[in-house]
Ligand binder design. Sequence first.
Ligand code: NAP
Length: 344
Amino acid sequence: MHVQYCVLRNPMFVKLKASNVHSLDVPDEDHIHASASVNMGTEGLTLHLLEALVSHPVLTFALLVAALLSTWWYIRDSYEVDTFSLKQKGAADLASSASPRLKTLILDVTDSESIRRARRFVSKEVGERGLWGLVNNAGRSTPIGPLEWMHLEDFTKVLEVNLMGVIEVTLQFLPLLKKGRGRLVNVSSVLGRLAIIGGGYCPSKWGVEAFSDSLRRDMQQFGVKVSIIEPGFFRTNLTRLGPIEADLRRLWTRLPQEVKDSYGVTYLDEYLKCQDFSMRILASPRIATVTRCMEKAVSARFPRTRYTAGWDAALLWLPLSYCPSFVCDFVLRLLLPPPAAHTL
Ligand SMILES: NC(=O)c1ccc[n+]([C@@H]2O[C@H](COP(=O)([O-])OP(=O)(O)OC[C@H]3O[C@@H](n4cnc5c(N)ncnc54)[C@H](OP(=O)(O)O)[C@@H]3O)[C@@H](O)[C@H]2O)c1
C-alpha cells in the first residue's frame, strides 16, 4: 500500500491516501501509525505534494476547480450589503454584488402607487405560500437640530419616510404576511426610546415603536411575529456630518435675527463640533451588527420583541432612558454647547 503523509503543522498530521503516489511504502496499519510520528521537513513535504499533483492531473484539476468555486462562493456570500436603495443605481449595484436569487425592486415608501406596485410584484413572486419576511429599513435623519429652528415641513419630511412609510408598507403587505404566517421587522432606533436630538427623527421612531407594539399584539392571534430593531449610532449615510451640516446651515440662514442672537454667532460651529466629536466616539462602522439582528428576527424560531444593536445603545442610551428625567436632561446637556442667552 502506498501512503502519502502530509505534515501540516507540527505535531498535527494529515493523512492522504493515494494509490500510485511515489512515497513511503508501508506494509501494515501499525506501521502506518508508527510512521506518522516521523516529522518530515518542509522541503520534503513540498516535493511530495508536487509529485502527487503532477502524477494525478485529473485530481489536481478537480481540486483547482473546487478551490476556485469555493473562493467565488465565499467572496459572493460574504459581501456585506448595507442597504437597499430607492434609486436605479443602488438596485443595480445590489443585484451585481449579491446572490443571483436576489431580486431588486425600486420602492419609494412615500409614494402609495410605488408601494402598491411592490406589493403586486411580491404577491406574484410568493403566490399562495404568502410572504415570510418583511423588513422596514428605509429612513432619513435630516433635518436635525434645535427644535426652535424647524418649520412644520421639516418634521413631515422625516415622518413621511420613517413613520408613515413604515405604516403604509406594512398595511399593504400584511395580507401576504398573514397568509405566510411570517415575520415583520421594523427598524426603529434607540432614539425611539430616548429623545436625544431635535427634529422629526425621534418622534418618527417613537411612532414606529408604538405602531409595532400594537401590531404585535394584534398579529399574535394570526401567527405573524413582529420584532423591533433599536440600533445605536452606526456610520452610514444617515449619520454623515456633511448632509447634516448642510441642512443645519440652511436652517440657521433662515432664522430671524432675534433667534440667532439668542444662540450667539459661534453657536452653529460649536454645535457642529459637538456632533462631529460625538459621532467619532459613538458611531460604529460594524453595520453587520444591525443586519445580524435582522437575520435573527427573520429566521429565529422564537424571535425577540426587541433587538438592541451597538454598545452605545446597550450601555449608554438604554440605561439612561430608565433614569429620572433630571438625570437624562443633565447628561444630554453636557453633549451640546450652551446658547449665548442661556439662563442655567
Ligand atoms: N445609522 C444609524 O446610526 C442608525 C441608528 C439607528 C437607526 N437607524 C435606522 O436604520 C435604518 C437604515 O438607515 P442607515 O443608517 O442604513 O442609513 P442610510 O444608509 O441612509 O440608509 C437609508 C436607506 O433608506 C432609503 N430611503 C430613504 N428614503 C426612502 C424612501 N422614500 N423610500 C425608500 N427608501 C428610502 C435610502 O435609499 P437611498 O440610498 O436611495 O437614498 C437608503 O437606502 C433607518 O431606518 C434608520 O433610521 C440608523
